[in-house]
Structures are given as structure tokens and as C-alpha cells.
Design a protein around this ligand. Structure first.
Ligand SMILES: [Zn+2]
Length: 377
């Protein structure tokens, strides 16, 4: 593939190896050890941070540094090691130029495609022996359960001036430059228990309060860059008891911090006002899950991704996402970072697929990003 040193068969073989390692969130030990061994063999220095202890997982984030013989600013490549569900007993199918499972498990291309591409780039660079900027390779844990690994990332020692996270759908060439912040709401409605048949007048139903509050709440797509959802509700013990407690969880997201604050305040007000009207009480905790990011089209990291895509012959396209990822926290830690499409389709679904040619293009894209950075120093 043009001047890229990507070894197609080795890349696909690595991808298949990674797919067969079962490692759902917080149980990334086996895949982390596998990746660490490969990087160590390439001469990279490898460490784990303490995120594993912080979040109750088997291992922390795996952080490697691969020197490249060039005294240039470091580049960061990042992918997550966990999958949303177990992939034990994955029955891999390879048909029509794509990988898929048999439908009984997910495939796990999200984000083994990203991990495999980064490993192939490290191998290709090492094999070729041409000078390149230092690479900081960050493999996060527990991304799929609220980006917990990178929330707890120990970024001390990271010096990269830009970062690339291959971890989204869409044709290779797609560059995500904008993503929302998320706030989480934990709500407890305290009503008053009473016997539903004997003395219903003495009760205050927390279930009714929750229902009224939710019915009056703006949810779903609020506007082009703002969304909200009440996603969890628990409460009540029996039909003959007026429920005194309901617990709910919800979220709000926006790429605009003001809109996010306004939506969260609206949701809080719905619970508080409805509870007060009924003589109940709403206890609400609002917490920040991850911060937003918004990179200009002429930011150096965006230009680097674009330029390499053009050099590869694929059409670069910048876009926004409604999801949160490792890139949110890397940006928050001062490393301008974009998300790159890997070519996986239907992530988190039994019919998840990964196109072979797209995976090869992804690796070549990352390789060119690094090589072009070397040429520009
Ligand atoms: Zn992912």
C-alpha cells in the first residue's frame, strides 16, 4: 500500500488474535498482558497506571512509549482494551471481505480494530527503522462503562502534543473533532408509606411523584447538540403499600456547556417542584461524567489527520459525535485529540462487522500520520 509499511496479513492476524481474547470491562488482564508483551518485544517501555485499583478492575491503563530516534514532539495513539460484553467462545466468520461473529456474541471490533492498527503501526515503524517522533501508546480499560479508565488515567509523563483515538464507526477518513460533555443525575424521591387499602390518604406515592416529574420533563433530542434521558428507575415493594422511595438515574449531554447546565437544571427542577407539590422530597446528585471537546478544523491535530488521509487517497471528513470516549479526557488533560473512524459497523450489536480493507486503511492512515510528522520536523 503506497509508501506505508503496513503488513496486511500480519495486521489481520493480530486483529483475529485480539478478537479471541475475552476481556469485558474491568477484566482486561488477558488482553493487556498480550499487548504489553508485543510492545515490550518491540523495545517499548511499558507501564500500568493505578486506574485498575481506582475502578475495581483487574489492571490499569497500559501506557507504552516507543522512542523513534527523532527529537520531536511525541504523538499519542489510544484505543480501549475492553469490550461491552464478553466475547468468550466467539465464533468468528470471515466472509465477503469482512469479519463478523455468528450472532451469539458481539464481535469486539470496537475497539480491537483500533488496538490492532496501533500495534501494526508500532511494528511497521520498528521494522522499517526510519526515525519517527516518540509515540505514546495508551490502551485504556473500562471505556465501555462510562469511560472510567481514562477518567482515572495517570497522564503524568505524557508529553504528546496531539492524540489520535481510532474508535468510531463510519468510513475511514472520518475525523471526530467535537463531542459532548455528560452530566449524570442520581435521584431519590422520598414519599410516605401507607397501607394502600386501609389508609391511602396517609401515603405520598414516590412512584406518582416520579411519574409526574418525568412526564413534565424535556427528554430525548433537545436540540442538534443536546440530549437527555432518564434511563433507570427502581421503586416500590408491593401493591398494597404506597411506595415511599423511588430511585432514578438519568443523564444529559451537550457540546455546549451552557445548554448542558440548563438541561440538567431543568431536570432537577422537574423533580424538586413535583416533589414539593406532593409533599414529598427529592434528593438529587448531579455529577460530571466527562468534559466536552471542540477542535477547530485548522487545529494542528485535525490538519495532521486530514493531510494523512489525503496522502492515503481517502476523503477526510470532520464530524461531531453525541457520544463520549477516551478523547474527551485526553483533550481535558491538554492533549488535543481527535477520534478516527475504524470502519467497524454496528458496534455493541450481535451483527457487528469489521471490513478488512478498512482496517488496513486505518493502519496505513495512522502510519502516515506518524511518518508525515517525522517529515515535518
Ligand atoms: Zn469503542
Amino acid at each position: 500500500m503506497n509508501e506505508s509499511g503496513i503488513n496486511r496479513e500480519r495486521l489481520l492476524a493480530t486483529f483475529v488474535e485480539l478478537l479471541h481474547i475475552n476481556a469485558p470491562s474491568r477484566r482486561e488482564g488477558p488482553i493487556a498482558r498480550h499487548v504489553a508483551a508485543m510492545l515490550t518485544a518491540l523495545g517499548a517501555s511499558v507501564r500500568y497506571d493505578n486506574a485498575g485499583e481506582a475502578i475495581g478492575g483487574e489492571v490499569g491503563n497500559l501506557i507504552a512509549r516507543l522512542e523513534g530516534g527523532l527529537d520531536a514532539p511525541a504523538l499519542l495513539l489510544c484505543a480501549h482494551l475492553d469490550t461491552i460484553e464478553p466475547t468468550a467462545a466467539l465464533a468468528l466468520r470471515r466472509e465477503h471481505g469482512a469479519f463478523a461473529s455468528d450472532g451469539t456474541t458481539i464481535l469486539g471490533a470496537d475497539d480491537r480494530a483500533g488496538v490492532a492498527a496501533i500495534l501494526e503501526v508500532a511494528r511497521a515503524l520498528t521494522e522499517r527503522g526510519a526515525p519517527h517522533p516518540p509515540l505514546e501508546l495508551v490502551f485504556t480499560v473500562a471505556e465501555e462503562v462510562g469511560v472510567m479508565g481514562s477518567m482515572a488515567l495517570d497522564a503524568a509523563g505524557l508529553t504528546a502534543v496531539m492524540g489520535f483515538v481510532p474508535d468510531t464507526t463510519g468510513p475511514v477518513g472520518t475525523i471526530i473533532t467535537r463531542a459532548p460533555a455528560q452530566k449524570h443525575l442520581a435521584v431519590t424521591i422520598h414519599g410516605k408509606a401507607a397501607h394502600a387499602g386501609v389508609s391511602p390518604e396517609q401515603g405520598i406515592s414516590a412512584i406518582t411523584v416520579a411519574a409526574r416529574a418525568i412526564a413534565g420533563m424535556r427528554q430525548g433530542r433537545i436540540d442538534e447538540e443536546t440530549t437527555a434521558n432518564i434511563g433507570v428507575i427502581h421503586g416500590g415493594k408491593a401493591t398494597n403499600i404506597i411506595a415511599d422511595t423511588v430511585r432514578l438515574e438519568g443523564e444529559a449531554r451537550s457540546r455546549d456547556p451552557k445548554k448542558l447546565a440548563a438541561q440538567a437544571a431543568h431536570m432537577v427542577a422537574c423533580f424538586e417542584e413535583t416533589a414539593a407539590e406532593a409533599g414529598a422530597r427529592a434528593e438529587i446528585t448531579v455529577s460530571d461524567v466527562y468534559p466536552s471537546f471542540n477542535l477547530a478544523d485548522d487545529a494542528p491535530v485535525v490538519r495532521a489527520a486530514r493531510g494523512a488521509a489525503e496522502a492515503l487517497g481517502v476523503q477526510p471528513l470532520t464530524a461531531a459525535t453525541g457520544g463520549g470516549s477516551d478523547a474527551n479526557f485526553l483533550n481535558a488533560r491538554g492533549i488535543p485529540t481527535v477520534i478516527l473512524s475504524t470502519g467497524y459497523r454496528q458496534p455493541h450489536c450481535p451483527d457487528e462487522q469489521q471490513d478488512e480493507e478498512e482496517l488496513v486503511r486505518l493502519a496505513a492512515w495512522l502510519y502516515l500520520i506518524v511518518r508525515r510528522a517525522a517529515a515535518h520536523t
